[in-house]
Design a protein around this ligand. Sequence first.
Ligand SMILES: Nc1ncnc2c1ncn2[C@@H]1O[C@H](COP(=O)(O)OP(=O)(O)O)[C@@H](O)[C@H]1O
Ligand SMILES: C=C(OP(=O)(O)O)C(=O)O
Length: 578
Amino acid sequence: MATEMIHGAFATNPSSGSLQRQAEKLRPTAGFGSKLLFQSEKKSHRGVGHVSLPIIAMRSTRVDPEVFPMTPEDVPKAEEQIQYLQTIQELGDTSVGTWSKPTVRRKTKIVCTIGPSTNTREMIWRLAEAGMNVARLNMSHGDHTSHQKVIDLVKEYNAQAKDNVIAIMLDTKGPEVRSGDLPQPIMLTSGQEFTFTIQRVVGTADCVSVNYDDFVNDVEVGDMLLVDGGMMSLMVKSKTEDSVKCEVIDGGELKSRRHLNVRGKSATLASITEKDWDDIKFGVDNKVDFYAVSFVKDAAVVHELKDYLQNAGADIHVIVKIESADSIPNLHSIITASDGAMVARGDLGAELPIEEVPILQEEIIRLCRSMGKAVIVATNMLESMIVHPTPTRAEVSDIAIAVREGADAVMLSGETANGKYPLKAVKVMHTVSLRTEATMVGTQTLPNLGQAFKKHMSDMFAYHATMMSNTIGTSTVVFTRTGFMAILLSHYRPSGTIFAFTNEKRIQQRLALYQGICAIYLEFSDNAEETFVKALALLQKNGMVKEGEHVALVQSGRQPIWRSQSTHNIQVRKVCDK
Ligand SMILES: Nc1ncnc2c1ncn2[C@@H]1O[C@H](COP(=O)(O)OP(=O)(O)O)[C@@H](O)[C@H]1O
Ligand SMILES: C=C(OP(=O)(O)O)C(=O)O
């Protein structure tokens, strides 16, 4: 039975696309060489009911699986089973059992860009209370002093928060091409002539500077220039040594420092610029949790950054922004080298035809999930809420699609950075995600985690813990020092919350990005059982689990915590009053 379940984890997803098929080829074929023991234990502990279903794998050499049946009292009674099936039929849902009713928490995380609308103490607090999980600092704007202030405020918030800590993501400016400063916004009208110059000048009604000296060399007559992600477009008509003359095709209002893209082309600049290295060092000094690296084109740049971080002794995860046309042929190697990816739809939809964006979004999410990497969907999610208090129906659908596709997080940019309704935008994202997730219970297919976890014992335990918690409709409780096991569980997308206990504040903060994880700081004691009891009591005290509720409890991972007692351990426990 156990062996069949393991194979089930790697079953082919019939709806998979080409990238998934590629990942399928990498799937593990061999078993895990572990010994499974199903045994019952009736010891009662303070705040914890009977240990009903421990599954423990001892460290062992390869042996055939040996399965012991559950004790009769662990098998639900016949009438309970009938009631359970009736509930399933009524709800049209295959995972929520009658064993327990866990509290519903939002699983998809929310990334908020912090800017002039939200960079105060009051707004950081209110954003966090409204549902922000990750604060994003866009290094294309502001300076180190203003970003430092935000980092300090988030850390101050985290110091007093329990289960709701906020991760910090530093987004590099990268080799982005932007128009220069204008004294005030100007109107571009279709048919008019307009010039971009590489000279550092303040813009006028018919000319603006560009921040990239090779711009003149990179563009050719006939190229289509997109301003502000395609809000305006201009056709290149002629070039001189330092300027590019264009005809405005689609006009609009041009403001200071807007994105400039050439349709179908990536700038021939290194992905990490001198300014970026300076910002990266600022991130190391401030111990941020994630870098979002702009305009990554190949895996080499990710390796370069990871080497730098290792030499600096910095434990910061690297999220690659997929936004460059050049990155698409290298998607697999780029994502393999990284800790996760962001579908940066703004620049992506400017460098590539816009109709490619939803297709790439789906494929990038699928690829990340098959490889056990985090994935964020970004840009324009609630764009109209920058100026309006309610979203368009299309924006609501866009969030629902990202949630259904299995993104770890959805992101707000201008909506929270400089919009009029930042808190309302977060609330909309929260409620739409929660509502969508409620329709998905038990329907999320398990990802093929590919070769990253090939033959790793923890992979099998994550799979079985997910099966157990889905079958009986429980939350999962995991103990993790590095975050590895919690992240692995998250990729299996169990239907209940993953309560991840860690004794590292940094890990608690990092886990804020991952789907379904509620990370809680806890000092681990030398004794495993004492720690389990303390963790369940804490969950109960905070109303995260209720008396009578079951939880699936996991102790596994790359660095098992209580190594002397066992390396891997899954149990089902019933929470009961002291
Ligand atoms: N730290 C900041 N300081 C000032 N303005 C900011 C900051 N972060 C964001 N903004 C403003 O919010 C807008 C939307 O944020 P974002 O989408 O991250 O930027 P962009 O689209 O320019 O890359 C920016 O264009 C900028 O006007
Ligand atoms: C997220 C994006 O990047 P940025 O906001 O840095 O332009 C994007 O292009 O969609």
